[in-house]
Design a protein around this ligand. Sequence first.
Ligand SMILES: C[S@@+](CC[C@H](N)C(=O)[O-])C[C@H]1O[C@@H](n2cnc3c(N)ncnc32)[C@H](O)[C@@H]1O
Length: 245
Amino acid sequence: MPGPGSRDRRNEPYADRFLKPFREYEDDLGEDLIGGRARLNLSRPSRIPAHPRLVIPGDPASREAFDRAIQEDPASPLGVEVGSGMGRFLRGVAQARPDLVLLGCETRLGFCLKGLQKADRLGIKRLFMVWGDARATLPLLVPAGRASQAWLLYPDPWWKRRHAHRRHGARMAAALAHVLGPDGTLTLKSDVPLYLQAMARSFLETGLFRRDPGPGPDGFLPPTDRELRLRHDQISSFTFRLLRT
Ligand SMILES: C[S@@+](CC[C@H](N)C(=O)[O-])C[C@H]1O[C@@H](n2cnc3c(N)ncnc32)[C@H](O)[C@@H]1O
């Protein structure tokens, strides 16, 4: 507990920090992509077991099941999450909305696999994970306008200058705008208000999104792993909703 006279900073843990600038509008992301552009051509490392719903951009065969899932039933809505970690949020969505096909994007291959294995144990069959930086993988994998909802939940604020280019700005906005159909919803959540505002501002500045005038998050949104930790530590989190223009 904070001592007498000190401020209780549990709800403002980042109050004295600021976001370092980064180049949001580079034409070619090149090595700014997490893992570098070369990763897009890599196949699955042998230490990672194959999984029928693990999509590896460098292995075209690995995307067949996902392609089938979104083509077989074009009316079946697609939901996309960027930065899924081990997929707790998507498993919650899958259980509440079995009609959705779900795609999680994650740069950590081990997390992709763990998330899928946990989904298997729950009998969830329509949740796919793609390995790699979503700024590159989403346009490669998802037909334009195919998704009805997207989520970007508790991304790392990357405080260090050398990591600032990993923050979500105009390039991520373009990738998410590519997958979302007109009026598709994008929910952003963060416990770092500064970062949430910066993301929302740069997404709106692209003209690809408008602010959702609605009252708040769409119905039931299951918690992410980070959200559960924040709740436990009684740290506030914030939500911003956008609509595809
Ligand atoms: C801070 S964690 C939050 C994970 C989860 N959303 C949660 O709330 O528990 C951010 C996750 O996003 C992933 N990530 C970061 N940038 C990404 C990108 N450009 N594309 C895909 N995944 C990304 C990281 O590997 C990490 O697992």
